[in-house]
Design a protein around this ligand. Structure first.
Ligand code: 4AD
Ligand code: MG
Length: 462
């Protein structure tokens, strides 16, 4: 007999038919004569209730079925007599795949703290909350590919090991096969990378953008979707040292086109979640964040505010808020400033543009004022920055001047500069932090709880 997934069973219940389900026991209750076993197989947030007449089964088997154990159940699908479910299975055969000792199973009880579940990240998939989060994470990844595929963008695989530092922030993890106890050195004491695996200094990528640009300037519109790594020592609810980023890059787009795409893209993803992840979202709305559905619908229904960094600084300076970090033209905005604009001042998503060039990366298109660049940051309620992007500097002379001003390793970027020497074109792109999107869509409050195995400073368990 073929196994039926619980999701399928509940969508189109064939009452009176014999079914086989397999899954993990969430709860077992009952008495000497009858047992009610709630089984979940991960296909849906909903459990199926298994009703077992204990006289039909071995006493030891019934004893061994407890929270966390894994069973296969054959039986008849019938209309439920009790409250809380429409259908249930009258068990005729039960096979126990794996016991779960009630004394030691970490998830024996309900209502664990998020911290506890993080320490048990290997088991937290089995809770309702994390089941919902990771089903939604999957749906969002799928929707991202769908969106770009429908628009004719090509998925480009950019390298994970690189020799460049796209963001120029120096927050990189080295990649080496050198013997760390015996590092080869040049006469001046610097490390001699010639004998290393790649014969040069390499690191894990912080962004696929630079290679993405090479693709866009031939294929037209591309996107990357891969892991990125940042060795920044930020212990916040919004930073990971290994996170996933989606980076579309488009030839012939200016900053306005870029903003239009970013807004349309995130709205598509939110709409997709509302249409395809209804039960999981309703669960999270009830259990995690009562304003979740309202917030998702609100973002869908309203245009994002678009304004310059300079205008935003004026608003922040005029507010009576007490800031932890000072506000002033030329200073980077902190999460507290971004969230004030979005949550208190405008009460909707905001796209800020034209930041001072000193606080942005070398590749951004320079404005004629000599002070600002065609940057854009999309700011979201509860999150702060969810997207960062820009129009790119396509002029070779301006780009090389900036690279020199910023003392970037010019000779390592020869291939990037070549695109500006041979058939350069106006182009733009942005990066959406995948986990920040999932934070927003699920209403979870810590980024460690929307990626299966979070990597943060001093934390690489599992
Ligand atoms: O603003 P960022 O640094 O931009 C770039 O990397 C550009 N190369 C993107 C581009 O134009 N193609 O990062 C983009 C987004 C941020 O807005 C944020 O959502 C996310 O990536 N992000 C992080 N997410 C989790 N943990 C971190 N440490 C993150 N750093 C950035
Ligand atoms: Mg940024």
């Amino acid at each position: 007999m073929k196994r039926t997934k619980i999701k399928e069973l509940l969508i189109t219940p064939k009452l009176g038919s014999d079914v086989l389900v397999k899954g993990w026991v969430r709860t077992k209750r009952g008495n000497r004569n009858i047992a009610f076993i709630a089984v979940n197989d991960g296909s849906t947030i909903n459990n199926i209730q298994v009703v077992a007449d204990t006289a039909l089964f071995d006493e030891n088997l019934m004893k061994d079925i407890s929270t966390g154990s894994c069973i296969a159940v054959k039986g008849r699908l019938v209309e439920s007599q009790g409250q809380g479910q429409h259908v249930e299975i009258n068990a005729s055969e039960i096979e126990l795949y794996g016991k779960s000792d009630a004394e030691t199973y970490p998830l024996q009880k309900k209502g664990h703290s998020m911290e506890f579940l993080r320490e048990n990240a290997h088991l937290r998939f089995r809770t309702n909350t994390f089941g919902a989060v990771f089903r939604i994470r999957h749906a969002m990844a799928f929707a991202i590919h769908n969106y770009f595929n429908e628009k004719g963008f090509f998925y480009l695989h950019t390298p994970i090991i690189t020799g460049s530092d796209c963001e120029g922030a120096g927050e990189m993890f080295h990649v080496t096969t050198m013997d760390l106890k015996n590092i080869p050195r040049n006469n001046d004491g610097t490390v001699d990378f010639k004998t290393d695996f790649y014969g040069k200094e390499t690191n894990l990528t912080v962004s696929g953008q630079l290679e993405g640009e090479l693709g866009a300037l031939a294929l037209g519109e591309i996107y990357t979707f891969g892991p990125t790594f940042r060795a920044e020592n930020s212990n916040t609810p919004r930073h990971l040292s290994e996170f996933w980023m989606i980076e579309p890059e488009m030839a012939f787009y200016d900053l306005d086109d870029n903003m239009d795409l970013a807004e349309d893209f995130v709205k598509y993803l939110i709409r997709y979640a509302l249409q395809n992840c209804r039960e999981d979202l309703e669960f999270l709305n009830n259990m995690i964040d009562k304003a979740l559905l309202e917030r998702l619908n609100f973002v869908l229904g309203n245009d994002f505010v678009r304004m310059t960094y300079t205008e935003a600084v004026e608003i922040l300076k005029a507010s009576s808020e007490k800031w932890e970090y000072p506000v002033g033209w030329g200073r980077d905005l902190q999460a507290e400033h971004e969230r004030y604009l979005v949550e208190k001042h405008f009460k909707r998503p905001v796209i800020l543009t034209d930041y001072p060039k000193e606080i942005k990366a070398f590749y951004m298109k320079q404005n004629d004022d000599g002070k600002t660049v065609r940057a854009m940051d999309v700011l979201f309620p509860g999150i702060g920055e969810i997207i960062g992007g820009s129009q790119r500097e396509e002029n070779y002379d301006k780009l090389i001047t900036r690279i020199r001003e910023m003392k970037m390793p010019e000779k390592d970027l020869w291939w990037y500069l070549d695109t500006r020497r041979f058939g350069t074109a106006p182009h733009s792109g942005f990066g959406l932090g995948f986990e920040r999107l999932i934070l927003f869509v699920t209403g979870m409050s810590n980024i460690r709880d929307v990626i299966p195995f979070p990597r943060t400073p001093k934390n690489a368990e599992f």
